[in-house]
Structures are given as structure tokens and as C-alpha cells.
Design a protein around this ligand. Structure first.
Ligand code: MG
Length: 392
């Protein structure tokens, strides 16, 4: 298995069509502010940061504008209009995502804002051996049942509180919803898969996945949300180095730009040492090996390949784990060709390939004053660093 196969693709449905009147008067709870951020925005940001590829927020018809407003500035989400009930909303979300049947999909309640990448990882790994997975917390309090004013203790043995997100593969979940025959309405997705004969497993629940139901829940969630805001992400650095030998030719590729030259760099791909060093820097920042692990030189399909592909792959791996590249810096080391006339074009090309603003991308060049293999013009070398931010 190649290392990048370990990044599991998943999609997400956030159900936000409820009106939530139990949380008191005023706006429905998903639009209210929690620790300075709208409740809905918390889970959308977290699931995108955790690597959701395809995220749909299911809202009531008259809430589209509100949802768009509270999600301003985020990319990677879409809206769908929900039905009158939670099951109808989930199915509307599935239809909107139009996923491959094998893609894991997480269904999440907007009213549980404090979901993290760790919750997502647990669910996806549990789903490898189950039809559905959900976080659940053991019931710690003694339970009492009240009937007609009389109360009695109820055994809590084996009882758990179900939370969300709940995970299932898209095709399995859609099938289970189609087959649901009652009685009544299911309260969650695991119940639907279970009724359809699926195997459901529990992951370790988290008090932070609490559902905002009553007004006092907001106070508790504020306490939980504040430390989370600062601890959620880490910054990582990676460095890369590459060198290629000069040989007969008429042009050379450097940092994604073709330069007319009286020699070319020899290599299995297009030998763009600048892109190779930068690709390795990005892979290094996320601990995913090096360019040769992902694109083996023994593999004929990479012969003569444009190194743009390698760089984009590394950048996509950062995105897939919910990260982003903060800035990159490349140094080309050669006597010839002169790099300075091409620096602006290289910078623009790297910015385009990485989807970064120009001021986050740097290309520099130096000679080694005639010393060493670059000085003797046997080859060209490149160094790069990349700074990356990912979920903790
Ligand atoms: Mg190389």
C-alpha cells in the first residue's frame, strides 16, 4: 500500500433543518453564536478541516440565506433543502452529494458543534469492519422512570447515549433508508442501517459532542469550546532537496516553467528539480515519505511526466487531511541558465499550482561561484521549504 492510501476520503451531511424551539426563544440554535462563532459554522469548519471531500448542509427552504451568511469565507460546502423530518433531510443530503456507493459518509447534527478530526478518524476506522459506526457514551447517572407520578430506578447496565457524527458507506445508508418500514420514524442513521440488517459498532463517545438542546447547554458548550479553538491546529515544516544532471537538449523545465537553453536536465520525468524539491518539502511537512514513494521511477507511467502532477498530488494530500500550505520557498542552484529573468513566471506558476496568493510563494536562485557539481555545470540543484498547517 502506498502511503497516500492511508488518507481516507469521506463526505459529510450536516442536518440543520430543525427549528430547535427547546433551546429558548430567538433564532434556532444552529444560527446562534457559540464562543464567537455561529453554531453551524463550528461543525462545518471542523469536518472540512478533518478532510471532508463533499459536504452538504441540509437546511429549511427559508434558511438558505442565513446559512450562506454564517458560512461566509468557507469553501467546500453546498446547501440542500431538507424535508419535514430528519430522515427526509438525510436523504436529501445523500441525493445532493451523489456519492460513489463505497464512499463513507458522516451524518452530523448541526446542534453538536464541537466535533473534531479525532472523532472522524475513529469513526472511519471503525467503519472498516462495520456497516455503520457512531460515537456513544456510557450512561453514568442512575436512571429513574416516572410513570403517573410514581418513580422507579431503571437499570443502566449496557446503556449508552448515541451521538453524532454517524458513519456509513453512502450506498449502504441510501439502501437502508429506502428499506425503512417503521414503526414510526428513526431517530438516527445507525438505527436505520441496523433495521436493514447492518452491523453497527460504537466508537468512544465524547462529552464535547453534546447536543445543544436546552438554554443552559450553551453555557456548558462555551466552556468546552474556548480551549478547543486554540488547540485544534498545528504548524509543520518540511524541507526538500533535488539535483539533476545536465545533458544534451534545447530547453529545461524549472519550477513549472519551460526555459529555452542549450542543455536539458536528465531524469525519468521532466527532471524539474525545483518542483521535485518543493514536492518533497510538502510531503515532508505531513510525514508522507518522499516523491519516489508516490511516483516510483521504476513505474513507466511517470516517464516524461510533467512534474506539475507531483506537486499537485502533494498539495492535495495536505488538503485531504484538512490542512493548508502557508508558504513555500524554493532556491535553485546553478551557474546557467540565468534564473532572474524567469523568477516572476516561476513564482506565478507555483502560486497557480498550489492555489496560493503570490506573497506566499518565493523563488530564489544562487550560483556556487564555480565550486562543486553545480559550479562545474555538471548538474543543477534545488532546495525548498514548505510550511503547512493541519488539524492537531
Ligand atoms: Mg528529481
Amino acid at each position: 500500500m502506498r502511503p497516500y492510501d492511508t488518507v481516507m476520503t469521506f463526505a459529510a451531511i450536516i442536518v440543520a433543518a430543525g427549528t430547535g424551539t427547546r433551546a429558548g426563544p430567538g433564532a434556532a440554535k444552529q444560527w446562534r453564536s457559540l464562543a464567537g462563532k455561529p453554531v453551524l459554522r463550528w461543525s462545518v469548519e471542523s469536518l472540512l478541516n478533518a478532510g471532508a471531500q463533499g459536504l452538504v448542509v441540509v437546511v429549511a427552504e427559508d434558511a438558505r440565506a442565513t446559512a450562506t451568511e454564517v458560512l461566509t469565507g468557507l469553501t467546500g460546502w453546498t446547501l440542500a433543502v431538507g424535508g419535514a423530518t430528519r430522515p427526509l433531510s438525510v436523504q436529501a443530503g445523500l441525493a445532493a452529494l451523489a456519492l460513489d456507493p463505497d464512499t463513507p459518509v458522516l451524518v452530523h447534527d448541526a446542534a453538536r458543534p464541537l466535533v473534531t478530526a479525532a472523532h472522524v478518524r475513529d469513526l472511519l476506522s471503525a467503519l472498516e469492519n462495520a456497516d455503520a459506526a457512531l460515537p456513544a457514551l456510557a450512561v453514568a447517572d442512575t436512571l429513574r422512570r416516572v410513570t403517573d407520578g410514581r418513580t422507579e430506578t431503571v437499570s443502566r447496565d449496557g446503556l449508552f447515549r448515541a451521538q453524532t457524527p454517524q458513519a456509513a458507506r453512502a450506498g449502504r445508508l441510501a439502501q437502508a433508508y429506502r428499506n425503512w418500514a417503521g414503526p414510526g420514524e428513526p431517530t438516527d442513521d445507525a438505527a436505520v442501517v441496523e433495521a436493514d440488517g447492518g452491523r453497527v459498532v460504537l466508537t468512544v463517545g465524547d462529552p464535547a459532542l453534546m447536543k445543544l438542546t436546552y438554554p443552559e447547554d450553551f453555557q456548558m458548550a462555551e466552556l468546552l469550546a474556548n480551549p478547543l479553538a486554540g488547540a485544534a491546529r498545528v504548524t509543520r515544516i518540511g524541507q526538500g532537496f533535488d539535483a539533476h544532471r545536465w545533458g544534451p537538449g534545447e530547453a529545461v523545465w524549472l519550477c513549472g516553467v519551460r526555459i529555452d537553453h542549450d542543455q536539458t536536465l536528465i531524469g525519468h520525468s521532466d527532471a524539474d528539480a525545483g518542483l521535485h524539491a518543493l514536492t518533497d518539502a510538502i510531503l515532508g511537512a505531513i510525514g508522507e515519505g518522499d516523491i519516489g514513494d508516490h511516483f516510483p521511477p521504476t513505474d513507466a507511467q511517470w516517464k516524461g511526466a510533467s512534474s506539475d502532477l507531483f506537486l499537485k498530488h502533494a498539495a492535495n494530500m495536505v488538503t485531504a487531511r484538512g490542512g493548508r500550505i502557508l508558504n513555500v520557498d524554493v532556491t535553485l542552484i546553478c551557474e546557467r541558465p540565468k534564473i532572474k529573468p524567469h523568477r516572476a513566471a516561476m513564482r506565478a506558476r507555483l502560486a497557480e499550482l498550489l492555489g496560493l496568493p503570490l506573497d506566499r510563494v518565493s523563488v530564489k536562485a544562487t550560483t556556487t561561484e564555480g565550486m562543486g557539481f553545480t559550479g562545474r555545470q555538471e548538474g543543477l540543484a534545488a532546495q525548498a521549504v514548505a510550511l503547512v498547517e493541519t488539524p492537531a
